[in-house]
Design a binder for this molecule. Sequence first.
Ligand SMILES: [Ca+2]
Ligand SMILES: [Ca+2]
Ligand SMILES: [Ca+2]
Ligand SMILES: [Ca+2]
Length: 391
Amino acid sequence: MPADTRFRRKLVFGVVGLLTMTAAFVQASQHESQAIPIWSTDTGGDVDSTPTVANGLLYVGSDSGSIYALDASTGQVLWITNTGGEVNSSPTVVDGVVYVGSADNNVYALSAQTGEVFWTTATGGSVDSSPTVSNGLLYVGSDSGSIYALDASTGQVLWITNTGGEVNSSPTVVDGVVYVGSADNNVYALSAQTGQIFWTTTTGGSVDSSPTVVDGLLYVGSDNGGIYTLDAATGQVLWITLAGDDVNSSPAVADNTVFAGSDNGFLLALDASTGQLFWITITGGAIASSPTVLDGVVYFGSGDGFLYGLDALTGQIELQEFIGAPVDSSPFISDSVLYIGSDDNFIYAFDLPAVVAVAEPATAYLIGIGLGCLVLLCRCGHRTARVGCKA
Ligand SMILES: [Ca+2]
Ligand SMILES: [Ca+2]
Ligand SMILES: [Ca+2]
Ligand SMILES: [Ca+2]
């Protein structure tokens, strides 16, 4: 185990704690825009998978055990391919082939046009991780505890690297390096060619979140409640921002800001360069959904049954669409249409409104105690987040 696992935590000023919330009070603005539902299609099971759209077709998995292809403009089902287990994995489409994992332990390659199975490759456990394809190789994690590299054209296993826990996290490949988390609490950096481990960095909890790498920095969540920023080259921990509960959501980075959700319903925005907290917006359920940022708006689903759109600068709620059941799926946006799944078994398409920032003040107060530190967060007046921390 490399020395860098002795992580030198630099807790960010003002974000220390939030471990124990003693009081929380939020007044959200009542000036949200409305997204217009275009269609919804029943899949017969929870849709935790995140949809993807390619060439006018939408692909998504369902707990019904099937992979669906729909007409993205109408929601009409074009084909269904059955697997032998829940499909929590999110499809990737490359060169007319749909790649996705299933809880039947297999990785699937299907024709994007017809759903015909080109190949399947068995792993030793449920494949809830989502495949990443790079340079003709497919990378994916399995509940067997291993990370697999397959030949994307044949499914042949090229290498396997073992970790000490389920790999629910989805690999990110940048410059020949595969980054992925494991339930053994570690973040891994592997050679994309050989699977050789370049470095591992431990967090205090399962890493089911998928790493995002931007400008040499790696952002990922952990079940210890931390959003970690690592040096992607060395794995060194640069800073940890504590959300206060499991972070299964995968961070999005836009405009030098990191956005991630946590099981306590928080959506946090951090300075991508310093980890400093910009703002927190509180929803009423766990946020397993990974945010997507478009035109200054952060979109994600929550366990409270809503689809949210927040002002990326302030966290103010600009869009709040009631779906009715937990939304663990993540938004996919294409041509101003947002696609997302829900635990009500449906996949939804919403026409996004032109979200206009509202000048009306929103107010949020949050008082918590964590690590012997009193944390005060006040968002008052005109969209300014201030965080203070007094020992
Ligand atoms: Ca779910
Ligand atoms: Ca599921
Ligand atoms: Ca799993
Ligand atoms: Ca987790």
